[in-house]
Design a protein around this ligand. Structure first.
Ligand SMILES: Cc1ncc(COP(=O)(O)O)c(C=O)c1O
Length: 502
């Protein structure tokens, strides 16, 4: 197996013969733990070549270390660092190179305005968000497309390239947006990012100045809030109801004090899954026009609508250049690919290009080429179609199973789109329920985690896309068991009674 060459720092020539200095350098590295017990040492020929010395010099240095017990030699096989003997090691010098990463910082950090941390799927049944089922992704086709892309254009795809994304992918995204979402745009209007998270961060950097006020949904997507806060935004929550963001309240806010932008999820409101009503869409654009607001429209799972036609993005109605449309392939394809995009007027895209080049230079062009090919061949479309069918069946399975087991403690409204349910709990302390469920290997999330004020509310969000029907039914059974372990929350008296009944 090819190995990295071993960098050794030899002492100055006047410290002794070369053999002694090489043996000393190796001993030092063993002492400080960089060469670990059991680690194989480079062959004498290799090390001699690396250090530009005679092979006999290396053999002599190794023999000396072997005689001292630092290393072990097996004839014709190689040499290994010996296991340390208790007490055999002299105390470490504290002015030499360190043995491991220091545990603490020697300098101060800036303020951390961040409140959330990336969610990594973990539980046996992870219903914690609107995560897609990556098992359904046609990865063999993706692998083939990746290979083909490199076979045909390795020199271009492995080089520095366009910061705004590969033209082929921008073209395919523009076609998708025009065909499936009614968004009149061309490849030049599409800026490819690593997921919508990067898009939101870049938009924050491009649009905001420290102290700018940005309206957000009072139940919403914390990673987006954090991206905006990272640029000094002061976030102002606006309530959400069955018609989505309360635009009248937003208008009132904008009248009372200056607002710079509003961030929202109008298609499937995150986390409540409701859709922003038609009249509110028009009213929102009016507010933006009147107050020169940027509207950041996060349309993260557009493809997944189960009843009738999808509502077209706000961006389709925008003639004044207010809407910054942010999308992602994380749901329709796979989050690990890290592909998102921004569609917005050219001056903003130019600013994004400058900002992105300071942070990330460009995306992964080979992946962009592979995905562009899958889109061109209709494979992403086919996958979206199949996934939508599966997710609909999964939604119904989860609603049915939960309904039959927990119908008296949950109000379940199957969402018309998206990948998660937003359910109201009746007389059930959702925080305790979530905890009990986690103990049984099922992850769901309480409303508190999405609420701007972090206060408890009797709602939970349960993703249904990640698991198949059988898994969801098993998860629902565990959720029912978990709920049975939570006393009813209908006042102290009742919960006292419930606990003494057991
Ligand atoms: C509201 C919202 N926006 C965007 C995303 C996608 O983020 P990304 O494209 O960075 O994977 C998600 C995924 O969970 C989301 O829920």
């Amino acid at each position: 197996m090819a190995e990295w060459s071993l960098a050794l720092e030899l002492q100055a020539e006047d410290e002794g013969a070369l053999t002694v200095r090489i043996a000393g350098a190796l001993r030092e590295e063993i002492l400080r733990g960089r060469l670990r017990a059991g680690q194989r040492l480079p062959g004498s020929r290799t090390l001699a070549r690396q250090l530009g010395v005679n092979r006999n010099t290396i053999t002599a240095a190794y023999d000396a270390l072997d005689a001292e017990g630092w290393i072990r030699t097996e004839a014709a096989r190689g040499r290994w660092v010996s296991a340390p003997e208790e007490g055999a090691r002299p105390p470490r010098r504290d002015d030499g190179p360190r043995a491991a990463m220091p545990g603490r910082l020697g300098f101060g950090l800036g303020d951390e305005p961040i409140t959330s941390h990336p969610v990594v799927p973990s539980a046996t049944f992870d219903l914690s968000g609107g995560l897609p089922d990556v098992r359904l992704v046609p990865w063999t086709l993706l692998a083939r497309a990746y290979r083909r892309a490199l076979e045909r254009r390795a020199a271009r795809l492995l080089d520095y390239g366009p910061v705004e994304g590969l033209p082929e992918l921008r073209e395919q995204l523009a076609t998708m947006l025009a065909d499936a979402r009614g968004l009149a745009c061309s490849a030049d209007d599409v800026f490819v990012t690593r997921g919508s998270q990067m898009a939101l961060w870049l938009v924050g950097a491009a649009v905001l100045r420290p102290g700018d006020r940005v309206a957000v949904e009072a139940y919403g997507y914390r990673p987006a809030w954090d991206a905006l806060r990272a640029h000094g935004a002061e976030l102002v929550p606006v309530p959400v109801d069955d018609d989505g963001l309360d635009v009248a309240r937003l208008a009132e806010l904008a009248r009372r004090s200056e607002l710079r932008a509003v961030y929202l999820t109008p298609h499937h409101q995150y986390p409540t899954t409701v859709t922003l009503s038609g009249p509110r869409r028009l009213a929102l654009l009016d507010v933006a026009r009147a107050h020169r607001l940027a509207i950041v429209e996060d349309d993260y799972d557009h493809e997944f609508h189960y009843e009738g036609r999808p509502v077209l993005p706000l961006a389709t109605l925008d003639r004044g250049g207010h809407v910054i449309y942010v999308g992602t392939l994380s749901k329709v394809l796979a989050p690990g690919l890290r592909l998102g995009y921004v569609v917005a007027p050219a001056p903003l895209l130019r600013r994004l290009a400058v900002l992105r080049s300071t942070l990330d230079r460009q995306g992964d062009l080979a992946v962009e080429a592979a995905v562009a090919e899958l889109m061109e061949d209709g494979e992403v479309q086919r996958h979206a179609w199949r996934a939508r069918r599966s997710y609909l069946a999964r939604r119904d399975a989860l609603v049915e199973e939960l309904g039959s087991r927990l119908g008296d403690r949950l109000v379940l409204r199957p969402p018309s789109g998206g990948l998660a349910l937003w359910a109201q709990a009746l007389e059930l302390d959702v925080d305790q329920w979530v905890e009990q469920a986690a103990a049984l290997g099922v992850r769901i999330r309480p409303a508190r985690q999405f609420a701007f004020d972090g206060r408890r509310r009797p709602f939970v969000r349960m993703g249904f896309a990640r698991h198949d029907e059988g898994e969801l039914r098993r998860a629902a059974r565990r959720l029912a068991t978990a709920a049975s372990r939570v006393p009813s929350s209908r006042g102290e008296a009742l919960s006292d009674r419930a606990s003494s009944d057991r």
